[in-house]
Structure formats: structure tokens, C-alpha cells
Design a protein around this ligand. Structure first.
Ligand code: SF4
Length: 483
């Protein structure tokens, strides 16, 4: 059913009030959003926000104030519809209806590579394995977004290659789809004043800057001068009131630096509203398996992330160690999937296998392709959600899924057999398993109670046969802001 246009008008009006005086209007605005969320999809988020708003020193309270002081008012007004109403609320209801209707995963976000071309050559970069020549035609990206919104997908993320090689066309997509939100992972080197102004004008496009630590660590992996380019780009976006964050790959050589309080504090000081951590995955023939973080380093990041969530005013995520908030792996269209620059539909940016190409099929056909259906049936890949990944934590799962589905390698330069890929993560998975189990089963862990319920829960939150329904965790237990 199409939403009444009056709802959008009311929400924008409420957003204007909040922007004018957040301290007064935030509690009132929250009340309005709650009343519109009839199914109470985000009930735990509201509860957490109520607690936050009462304490001016709370890190999430400071985070909210940073949003209002860092992001341009006209962008916030647009985001009240595209992000809050569409991506956070309407998306869930539409997707769940379509999951039932089509019996497959329907994602919250789609990651697309507009181009494989990049102006840098970073050590161990998985994107380099695709070659440099492929690019997604504009019409194909447009088709993905059109079909995606029909299914309930309002979030589109660009990676690459360097997506800003095609920045004019990305701006055009943002202009054509004001109902959606867009984000690009970028090395920052192609951001200039004119582009920062365009980002402000469209108001629904943010950037996640790839950065590997301070100057020495970043330039070691990404090349001399890259760090300074990122810092300059952050300054340009902050001056224009554009939302941005950082994206950091932690590995065996930089974990002390990027896992330090000083690093996160500096990113927040530069204006980052969010920070996404990825661990190094040895994808491709040029991968450097020695860069995989050790079990001790991964545990260190686990504890740092949980400490930061109580203390730092930024939305921080660690994609592997935060599996318990999403009930395991989010790939294969469960929450997201990846379309590479050649159009191959892969379950995840790190899983370079596919059965279909988006140039030859509909979005729905891609979601129903054999490898995606293997994910749909197999998730979660481990009942311990601190071991979510079918490649890094459960390599036998990926081997079996690729073999059963008959998916082909999508790496254009040197196709990598799945046995070769998974052999590189076997040792890391064996080292992490006992550590993850110890943490998961530790009764002193703050989330222990909900974990023992999660053991009896399927990836979609429904109870396993051996679990009484009334003890199963509600889907809101996946709400990261409630931590
Ligand atoms: S396949 Fe692994 S890396 Fe990809 S979303 Fe799932 S857990 Fe994360």
C-alpha cells in the first residue's frame, strides 16, 4: 500500500522543528516517529533513545548533537524521509512481505561497484583482483535501484574500484532517487570543493573514507599522500555540512593503531559520524594471508568496540565481531549483497562467486539464484554469532555452498578456486573458534542472557524447533543502538 503523502509532509515539518531546537524538539520528535511505527519494529531503539536524551553527557546524546551541528539542515530534512521513514521503517515491512512472497532473501542495502578502475593500488586489495576495465552502465545501476525500491530496498552503497571516478553519474542517481539514501566507500582523493557542494545539494549521499590509521599506516598500504588527501576531503565535507564517516581495515600490522582510543578520537574530531571496521580477508591470488588479524587481535577489537559504544560519540561497527546484532552473516541478500563492476551478483563483497549477472536478469532473479538460495537456507552458519562468516569462521560452509550451487569465480584476472580461497582462512578459523566460544559462553558478558536465547534462534529470529516460542529473542535484540 502506498504511503499517504501527508505522512512525508508531517515528518519533514517535525524534522524542521527538531533542527531548530534539538534539545526541546528531540523528545517530541521521537514521540511522533514512535507513533508512526505502528508495528513497533524499532521499539528497543526508542527505549534506548529515551534513556540517552535524559543525560547530556551520554555519548549517544553527544552523537545526536554532533549530527545536528555537522550536517546541513536541508539535508537533515531530506534524510528524515529517505533515511528514517524509508530505509529504517518502510523498508523492513516491505522486505518481510516480499521474503514471504518470493521465499528468498530481500536485502536492506545493495552494494554496487560503478567501476573497477581505481587511481590507487593498495596492498592486498580484493578489488584489484577484478581488473581495472569493467564498469556498470548507468542504465543497469538505475534498473537495480528501480527494482530494489519496489522490493523495499532504499539503501545503495557504492564501492569499487574508486566509485568517485564516476562521481557525476552517482550524483545523477541521487537526484533521480530522492526516496533513497546513498553512500560511497572512497579513497578520498577525488573529492574537491565542487563535489562537496554537490553532495550538500543532493542531501542524500554520504561518504565513508577508507583510512588505515594515521599517516604512516595509511600511506604504507595505500600510497604516499593518500592520508593527507583524506584529511583534506574530510575538511571539505565538514565545511559543507555533508555526513561522512571512516572505513578501516584492521589487520595484523595496524591493529594497535586503529584499535586505539587516540585514533577513534581523532576521526570523531575530524567530523566522522560513523566508523566501520573490516578485518582483512585474504581474497584473490595476490592476497597476503599474514595480514589476517590473530585471534588475540580480533578479541582485542571485540572489547574495544564494546567499550567505545559506551563512551564514543560515533556509530561504530565491526562487521565480523558484531554478528550477534544481526543474528549472523548478513550476505546473500539477507541484509545486503554485492554487484561487481562487471555485473556479477555476489553474496558479499568478499565472496567472489556468482551464478548470474545483473545485466541478464532481474534483481529478484539474482536474489533467487542458486548461491543466494544456499545462503538463505544456510544462515546462520554458526549458532555462535561471534563466528558468523562462511569464509573466515566456517570455511567448510563456503566450500560446500559454492560446490552445490555451481557458482563460478568472478575474479577476472586469476579466477580463484574456492578450495584455494578457504585454505587461506582455515588456520584463522581454528584459532578464533575456541576464543569466540569462550567469550560467547562467559556469564559475565553483558549480553550473555540474550546470547543463550540466540542459540535457539534461526537467522530470521524465529525459534528453532527445540526452543519454546516465548523464550526466543525478539528481532529488536539485533538493535545495535541498544547496546
Ligand atoms: S560472508 Fe562473511 S564477510 Fe560477508 S557478510 Fe557474511 S560474515 Fe560478513
Amino acid at each position: 500500500m502506498k504511503r499517504n503523502a501527508m505522512v512525508d509532509v508531517m515528518v519533514k515539518k517535525a524534522a524542521r522543528e527538531v533542527i531548530k531546537n534539538p534539545d526541546k524538539a528531540l523528545p517530541r520528535g521521537l514521540k511522533l516517529v514512535e507513533s508512526l511505527d505502528r508495528k513497533k519494529v524499532n521499539a528497543r531503539t526508542y527505549e534506548a533513545l529515551h534513556t540517552v536524551l535524559d543525560d547530556p553527557d551520554n555519548n549517544w546524546n553527544i552523537f545526536l548533537h554532533n549530527i545536528f551541528s555537522n550536517v546541513a539542515p536541508e539535508s537533515l530534512e531530506k534524510l528524515s524521509v529517505s533515511l528514517v521513514l524509508n530505509a529504517a521503517m518502510e523498508s523492513y515491512n516491505k522486505r518481510m512481505e516480499n521474503v514471504k512472497k518470493y521465499d528468498c532473501n530481500i536485502p536492506w542495502a545493495i552494494l554496487m561497484d560503478p567501476t573497477a578502475a581505481c587511481n590507487l593500488k593498495c596492498t592486498g586489495c580484493w578489488a584489484a583482483e577484478y581488473g581495472k576495465n569493467a564498469s556498470l552502465p548507468y542504465d543497469v545501476m538505475e534498473k537495480v535501484i528501480r527494482e530494489g525500491t519496489e522490493l523495499g530496498v532504499y539503501t545503495y552503497i557504492f564501492s569499487g574500484g574508486e566509485p568517485l571516478v564516476r562521481k557525476e553519474e552517482l550524483i545523477q542517481l541521487c537526484d533521480s532517487h530522492p526516496e533513497c539514501i546513498f553512500l560511497a566507500f572512497t579513497n578520498g582523493t577525488l573529492v574537491d570543493e565542487a563535489f562537496a557542494k554537490e553532495l550538500r545539494r543532493v542531501g542524500n549521499f554520504g561518504l565513508a573514507f577508507s583510512i588505515e590509521g594515521f599517516e604512516e599506516e595509511t600511506d604504507m598500504r595505500r600510497g604516499a599522500g593518500t592520508y593527507q588527501a583524506v584529511i583534506r576531503a574530510m575538511d571539505l565535507l565538514k565545511a559543507e555540512g555533508v555526513a561522512f564517516g571512516f572505513s578501516t581495515c584492521y589487520h595484523s600490522k595496524n591493529v594497535d593503531c586503529v584499535g586505539s582510543d587516540a585514533y577513534v578520537d581523532f576521526m570523531i574530531e575530524k567530523g566522522c559520524l560513523f566508523g566501520w571496521y573490516f578485518t582483512y580477508i585474504p581474497v584473490g591470488v595476490d592476497a597476503v594471508p599474514e595480514l589476517i588479524a590473530t585471534a588475540e587481535q580480533r578479541e582485542f577489537m571485540y572489547h574495544q568496540m564494546r567499550k567505545w559504544r559506551q563512551t564514543k560519540p560515533a556509530f561504530l561497527l565491526d562487521f565480523w565481531n558484531d554478528g550477534e546484532y544481526t543474528l549472523g552473516c548478513i550476505a546473500g541478500g539477507r541484509n545486503y549483497f554485492h554487484i561487481n563492476a562487471a555485473g556479477e551478483c555476489e553474496p558479499c563483497a568478499f565472496i567472489h562467486y556468482a551464478n548470474v549477472n545483473i545485466k541478464d536478469c532481474s534483481l529478484l532473479e539474482a536474489l533467487q539464484s542458486p548461491l543466494f538460495m544456499e545462503y538463505h537456507r544456510g544462515q546462520p552458519f554458526n549458532q555462535n554469532h561471534l563466528r558468523p562468516c562462511p569464509l573466515l569462521d566456517n570455511p567448510h560452509c563456503l566450500r560446500e555452498m559454492v560446490e552445490r550451487s555451481g557458482a563460478h569465480s568472478t575474479e577476472m584476472l586469476s579466477p580463484e578456486p574456492v578450495e584455494q580461497l578457504t585454505s587461506k582462512t582455515q588456520a584463522a578459523s581454528e584459532a578464533w573458534g575456541p576464543v569466540a566460544d569462550r567469550i560467547w559462553e562467559d556469564p559475565n558478558e553483558p549480553k550473555y542472557a540474550s546470547r543463550s536465547r540466540l542459540y535457539h534462534q534461526k537467522a530470521d529470529g524465529s525459534p528453532m524447533e527445540d526452543s519454546p516460542e516465548d523464550t526466543a529473542a525478539a528481532p529488536e535484540d539485533t538493535d545495535i543502538s541498544a547496546n
